[in-house]
Structure formats: structure tokens, C-alpha cells
Design a protein around this ligand. Sequence first.
Ligand code: PMP
Length: 336
Amino acid sequence: MSKRYRDTIATIGNTPLIRLNHASDETGCEILGKAEFMNPGGSVKDRAALGIVRDAEVRGELRPGGIIVEGTAGNTGIGLAVVGNCLGYETIIVMPDNQSQDKIDTLKSYGPRVELVPAVPLKDPNHFTKVSARIAAELNKEDPGSAIWANQFNNVANRDFHEQTTGPEIWEQTHGAVDAFICSVGTGGTLAGIARALKARKPEVQIGLADPTGSALYNYYKHGELKAEGGSISEGIGNSRITENLEGTPIDVPYQIPDSESIPLVYRMIRQEGLSLGGSSGVNVAGAIRLAKELGPGHVIVTILCDTAMRYRARLFNRKFLLERGLELPAWLDLD
Ligand code: PMP
């Protein structure tokens, strides 16, 4: 039955779980995608944003009309702006300047203060996360209690929200028949929270990591060493460290997914499933297919459909951009 909602925030979560027919039929498994792109801010990060804001409110750290400051690849900023606009908080978002223009424009359309900073390694004092922490600290020095730093990488309110909502939703939507869950990691909140919720209900559930090339996490879980190789056009995923959100996640099967495997799946899902999704969803579905092949037919495998391809229009549908990276647009997608 269609429901009526009290406000926009009430529509965050409770997303559909969609059978990916081609991936399922090809592997003999049920491969199911949790449609997080259907959240009001258009991505899985609306959940982290709401979890972090609600937690800060409960702790008494966020006063009415207060300011939320965050460093983000974009989707968390959009989620925080959605939540902030709905609840009457200001948002200040610091973003690295190498992210797709479509995502930057979407973020700006919500009206936060947006600071674009050069994309530098984490150890650099001007890394976007550190700049955002400094802005929050300065605001609090001028006016104590005026701002919070969302700190999505290490603030476990992010993971907790997935443990309390996304995980139980997957459990109920599969009637407990889920055999495995796999997704990629940015902060790790999604994977860590869902893994905890599912393992608590069924310890034999297999947890997979789908890590893009350019990230150090695959090597860490496979060989015990944080080491990155290659690169990826996917955004919002991959990491060079174990965040507090990711720490202690029971990962059974790590995979490294190159763009040559994930990006063709992005186009295939548009054409064959009618699902327009971003690169991280391609990595996730590629991971689910690998896990299905490893587990064999008859298993129920769940992954995350994170955001839409329209957030990356200038890259995913740009023949020149793709060619320069050894990738190609399918012939049916003749945009030029
Ligand atoms: N996909 C996209 C498009 C994202 O923006 C993010 C978050 N950075 C993720 C996946 C990963 O989610 P998490 O931070 O929960 O690991």
C-alpha cells in the first residue's frame, strides 16, 4: 500500500529490493539490489547523514539552527543538505575538486556553502576531511556549540544507522533467506552496519568486499597489507585506511574489481534492467556476480545500488573521457 509521509526525512530508507534479472539468470543465484538511489537525496548516503544528525541531536551537540560541516566526495554532502534543509540546519560542505561536475552541481542546488579544495593524499593537512574539521573547530571557537563536524569516516553513528535500518530491511525483504551480502567501501558505514545486522541474525551469512582498483582495502583483507594499485573512475569508494566505521567488520571474501569489469555492467544495467546507476553500483554488482559464481547456483546475494548515472553524466556518457581511460561507450549509446 502506498504510504503518506510526515516529511522528506521520513522517506529516507525502506528502499525497494530489486531482482537483477540478467545477473541472476546468468549465475543461477538471486542477485538483489537495494535501491538506495531512491532515497530523497538520490544516494545511500542519506542514511549516514540522517544517522549522524540524529545522533548529534540526541547528544545535545547540534542546537536548533546549528551548522553541520563535512568533508565528502559529494553524496554525503547532498544527504546532509537534504536533512539540514528539512530540519533547519545550515550546511558547509568541503569537496575535493576531482569529483564529477554533475555531483558538484547537484550539491550546490541544495544551497549549502560549498568549498572545493585540491584533491591531495590523506596525510596532507589540506585533505578535504581535515579542512572540514578545521572549519568546524573555528566556528566553535568563535561561537561555542554553533557547529558539528559530521566526521563520516570515523563517526560510527554512520555504521550504526545502517545496522539499525538497512540491515534489518534486507533481512525482512529476503524473509531471512539471504546467503551473502557484498558491497564497496568509502567510509565503510554501509558494509560494516549491514554485515553486523546480518551476521547477528544468521552467522553463516557471507560478507564480501567489492573494492575498486586504486583502493588499498582488497590487499588488506586478502594479504594483510594496505596497498593500492591502479585507479578507477568510480567515485565515493575505495580507501587507503581502515576507518573506525570499517574496523572489526567480518569480511569473508574480498574481490578487486577493475573498471573494465564494472563500467560495462553500468551500461548493461541501463539497457537490460532499466536501471541507470553510477560506477560504484557497477563495482557492487560485479562483486555480487563474482560471489554468485564462487558460491554456486541457488544462493541469495544482496548488494547496494548506490546512486544514479546522472550524477556522473559528463563522465559515464563521454566517449573521449572513457577512451582516455581505456574504456568505451557501447554502440547503442550513441550520444555524439
Ligand atoms: N557509492 C557512492 C556513490 C558513494 O558516494 C559512497 C559513499 N562515499 C559509497 C558508495 C560508499 O558508502 P560508504 O561510505 O557507506 O562506505
